[in-house]
Ligand binder design. Structure first.
Ligand code: GLN
Length: 195
């Protein structure tokens, strides 16, 4: 059975843990480096990226997570988690850092006030014909995609909302709250392949 971590310092940890357990994974809530050392993959939940950044540095997790990403660990980030995986931020708050790994530029809170939270179907061809029911909650958008990253989903106006690069997977929305299991299954497959 895959042993996967959910970064549990801030954000919607419970929803990710419930989905992963539902899919048969053993879940470790990661708050300390020792806990991180015992997992084969990591989910970075939605929440507030600047807080996740500060807390992971404070708890000594930022460097081990960066090293694991470089080493090929499967990591899956939703919303604030996508922000944490971006190599570049368009509008970081002062001093804000990311783990990086995805060759993209991400802009936080990018949908504008009226539409900053909405739900709807989004086509994700890599997951099959059935569109994903996506929930956006003050989500970021992927503003630029470098040559190493691959777009998994964009909205009708072309806004990129999901990307993949090797073992890294990131999206602007929250499959963990909309009963959409296919991204988590994809992540767990990667974890299984690597073990
Ligand atoms: N706006 C948040 C941030 O900047 C992300 C929102 C979310 O994760 N739902 O981190």
């Amino acid at each position: 059975m895959a042993r996967v971590g959910v970064l549990a310092l801030q954000g919607d940890v419970r929803e990710h843990a419930a989905m992963l357990e539902h899919l048969g994974a053993e879940v470790v809530r990661v708050r300390r480096p020792e806990e991180f050392a015992a997992v084969d993959g990591l989910v970075i939940p939605g929440g507030e990226s600047s807080v996740i950044d500060k807390l992971t540095r404070m708890f000594g997790l930022a460097e081990p997570i960066r090293a694991a990403i470089r080493g090929g660990m499967p990591v899956f980030g939703t919303c604030a988690g996508l922000i944490m995986l971006a190599d570049r931020l368009a509008d970081a708050i002062e001093g804000q850092q990311t783990f990086g790994g995805l060759d993209v530029t991400v802009r936080r809170n990018a949908f504008g006030r009226q539409v900053d939270s909405f739900e709807g179907p989004v086509a994700v061809p890599a997951l099959g014909d059935e569109p994903v029911h996506a929930a956006f909650i003050r989500g970021p958008v992927v503003e630029a995609v470098g040559p190493d990253a691959r777009v998994l989903a964009s909205l009708e106006d072309g806004t990129v909302v999901a990307v993949e690069q090797g073992n890294l997977l990131g999206m602007s929305f929250h499959p963990e709250i909309s009963r959409e299991t296919r991204f988590h299954e994809r992540f767990l497959r990667r974890v299984g392949e690597r073990r």
